[in-house]
Write a protein that binds this ligand. Sequence first.
Ligand code: ZN
Length: 387
Amino acid sequence: MSNAKHILTGMQILLNQEWKSNQAVIIEEGKIKAIIDDKMVSHHLPASVHEWPADHYLTPGLIDLHVHGANGADVMDGTPEALQTISTALTQEGITGFLATTITASAKELSHVLQCIAETTPTLAGAAVLGVHLEGPFISHGKKGAQAEGMTPDISLVKKWQHAAQDRIKIMTLAPELPGAIDIIKKLREDQIIASIGHTEATFEQTLEAIAAGCTQATHLFNAMGAFHQRAPGPTLAALLSDQVCAELITDEYHLHPAVVELALRLKGKDRLLLISDAMRAKYLGDGEYTLGTQTVCVRAGKATLPNGTLAGSTLSLPQAIQNMAQYSHCSLIDAINMCTVNPARILGLTAKKGSIEVGKDADLALFNPQWGAVLTVREGEVVFGA
Ligand SMILES: [Zn+2]
C-alpha cells in the first residue's frame, strides 16, 4: 500500500473528536493525503478503493507506551527476532506504534538490549518502535513488583544507555526517593526524556520534590507505589493532584478497581491519562507458564502473576483497555481512544505526525468491527494487518 494511492470509505471515521460517516480517507505516499466527501471518490481515481461496512470504525493507529512483550517474545530477549515478533503481533489489535519497554537488569544487559533496539527499529515491519521506555533499574526494593532487585541511581549509566539506544530512550521509570534520583530527574528533563515515577516507596513530599525537579509522569499509577493514606498520601495523591503529571493506567479487571479508574479521570482529566497494556510475552498465547526476566510468571484467565501472587504485567489489549476505561469511568469512547492515540503522541512530541486522522499526518490507522476487533491496521500507508 506504501506508495500507491488508496481510499478507505464506508465506515465511520474519528475526525475532530467526532464519528463522521459519508467521508473517505485518501492515503498516498504513507500520508493522509485528503479527507473527502464519499460522493467525490470517483473524482480521485485511479486508486484502490476499500469499501467498509457502516458499522466499522476508523481510528488513529493505537500507541502503547508500555510494552514488554507479546506472542512469546520479550524486549529483554535482546534479539531482532523478538522485536519483530512483538512488532508484528501488536498490529492485530490496531497498534501502529509502541515503546519497547525494558525491565531491571544488569547495566551490561540493558546496554545490549538497547543497542539491539536501536539497530532493529528501522527494519521492523509491523508496529513501529517509537522509542524506549526504560522501566528501572533505579527502583525501590519494597515496590519492585515483578522486577528484579533495583540498583542505586547512577547518572553515568543513563548516559551510557542513551548512547547505546542512539537517543531512543523517551521515558525512564524510577523511584525518586533513592539517593541521587532527583539529580537524574533534572538531567532527564534537560535531555527531554520523560521522568516517570514508579516502582516507588516515595512519600507525598518526596514525590512533590520529584515533580518540582521535572518529573511529568507516573508509571501504571496506583500499581507498584505506596497507597493513599489520609495522613500519608504517598506518591499516588501527589501524582493525581499535579497538573504537570500524566498518568499511565492499566485498565484491566485485575490492576485497578473501576472506582479508582473513575477517580483518576476526575482528578487527572481526560487529557492527562495514558492507557497502556504493560503487556508481557504471554499476550496472545493464552494461559500457561512464562518467564519475565529471571522469574516464572503464571497466566490464568489472562491474569499474570508471580508464584507469590504479585501481578506481573498484563495480557490486556488496548481495544479492551479503551472499552474498560469508558465503562469504568463513564467517559466517552472517544475520550478513551484519545488516551492511547492523541495523548501518547503528544507526550512523545509526535503530534505533528501521529495521534489523529488529519491531512498531512502519517497514515497510521486502525479499523475496528462493531465488537472492537481490529480488521485492518495501516502503518505509514502500509497495510500491516488485515486485508
Ligand atoms: Zn512494565
